[in-house]
Design a protein around this ligand. Sequence first.
Ligand code: PGA
Ligand code: ZN
Length: 401
Amino acid sequence: MKLNNIVVREIFDSRGKPTISVCVEAASGVSACAEIPSGKSRGSREAAVLRPKEAVVAVKKLLPALKEKDFSGIAALDRFLISEDGTPNKSKLGGNTMLGISVAFARILAETRKEELWQTVQREFFPEYLRKRPRVPYIFSNLINGGAHADNNLDIQEYMVVVAPKQPIEKSVEKLIALYKKLGKMLALAVGSPKALRTGDEGGYSLNFQSGFEPLRILNAATRSLRAGKMFSLAIDAAASEFYRHEYYVLEGKGISREALVHVYLDFLKRIPALVSLEDPFDEEDREGFKSLLGRTKGKLIVGDDLTTTNPKEIKRCAEEKLINAVIIKPNQIGTVSEACEAMKVAEKFKLKTIVSHRSGETEDSFIIHLARAGSAYGVKIGAPVRERMSKFNELIRLYS
Ligand code: PGA
Ligand code: ZN
């Protein structure tokens, strides 16, 4: 497929910060766009992000060479973008610009073939799932926000509920909304009314708590009060790189060692058996921490995010070193559709569970849900069931019901 034009525009994410929309036009006249989200607690190995004006300039320079080519598929386009960029962290074209072109191109292919976007991605990268029934994903929904995403005293960034795929997807979402409201009522006792509750970047409640354990206790009580059986379990994303300071983790104002932090998590797990998943429990360079926790927990997910940054090589290395048994997949951490799919394939090969994830600064673009469906993800991570996050939940219902 030959391409005629690419237009990059400055748009704004859910935090009101500038990000980009990328629209691609094929020679056939078919065109499509993609909107790119942005992270705040980013891993240091993530693909570079160009500012909107820089992305416009980069695309202008890229266009003459791009128009010469005829791309057989998404991987061919991505290979061209990677070679034109030529840097280890995509700093010339920007991971955000490249992903925008890559996703918009995939949408043009889907439109041309009159199929869903997930089918186009699956046909090219995951043919092994083509004739299989879709695996409905677990939903990781962040109901209490802390860390870099909130203006409160929580060091741990996310307290999530995990919804098991035990009922039709729309019922899962309905129950999750009921839980979110119930939790709001419980937390409102401290501030007067649910309307007086503040929320963080991902729509979860944001207020001060007595300790980092308290949100888990309350979330656990809220899930139990709904009498939903084993439908709900709990998860955290510590995003621990954010509270790591030279050999020490600063939790609740005190500097503690790696070993002490291991014990904090083991204590959480002992007190709340429903806690099933710990994401980025240590700094992204603290491989000893990950290894130690994985070795001392059975049947729990130890998830890499800042540690792995959706990079196939890093995921392989972490799996071989036995640091994690699950991994977050964020397409904009790596910067092309092909590499995000490759990351999922590598994870699958090493028996790591894959959780396809949004970013804290989001747009209305629901590409991640299509990626989850195409690559048969174990889970999707999409924030609280409110505001701008609803477009992902609604796409989930459309693709899985
Ligand atoms: P980010 O954080 O999107 O702000 O980087 C999300 C996460 O750590 O999972
Ligand atoms: Zn994370």
